[in-house]
Design a protein around this ligand. Structure first.
Ligand SMILES: [Zn+2]
Length: 185
């Protein structure tokens, strides 16, 4: 192994994801079709904060604030290019019309999921797949060092599929995804 080899953030991301058993493909699969994920899901903090707040307030199965936050979170995972925030369209909050904005495969996914009447289980699978890939965060290795070691066995019972906002919550406040999935059928 070359001593001087340095790892790009992307390589480290893939290695870390592999160590955690997460397959980073840059896309999620739904009903046999692939949908590209963007690179902004983890940076898009507002939906995560909204979700954490909704969960903190005691997220019930039919909690609309929590579901709305989850909707924003999954949509953010698909964004290929964020809105600029300063053009005329952005001023009028017509963000879809911003020349910089590219929603990626989100509109296609949303239309297909709606048309096939996808249930909570299916949607949550997509959310989890997307979040798994997006939260496999790159770490900064020392120059010339080996790739990051796999995470300690201490957190092996902790599912790695949940976004950072979930992880930050105390155990008792974690949203019950299975219950949420069942309730949305
Ligand atoms: Zn704009």
């Amino acid at each position: 192994m070359a001593e001087q080899q340095s790892w790009t953030a992307d390589e480290v991301h893939r290695l870390q994801a592999a160590a955690e058993g997460v397959k980073v493909t840059g896309a999620v699969e739904f009903r046999g079709k692939r949908y590209r994920l963007g690179a902004y899901g983890a940076e898009n903090v507002m939906p995560q904060l909204a979700f954490a707040q909704a969960a903190d307030a005691g997220l019930g199965a039919g909690d609309s604030a929590g579901l709305a936050a989850m909707y924003e979170m999954i949509r953010g995972c698909f964004i290929q290019s964020p809105a600029c925030g300063t053009c005329e369209a952005c001023d009028e909050e017509r963000f879809d019309d911003c020349p910089k904005f590219d929603a990626g495969d989100w509109p296609r996914f949303r239309r297909v999921a709606t048309a096939v009447c996808a249930g909570g289980d299916e949607i949550l699978k997509v959310v989890q797949d997307a979040m798994e890939q997006i939260t496999a965060r790159p770490t900064k290795p020392a120059p010339g060092s080996s790739p990051p070691p796999p995470p300690g066995s201490g957190n092996s019972k902790e599912p790695s599929s949940l976004p950072a906002a979930f992880r930050a919550l105390p155990d008792g406040d974690l949203i019950n995804l299975d219950r949420l999935a069942r309730s949305s059928d």
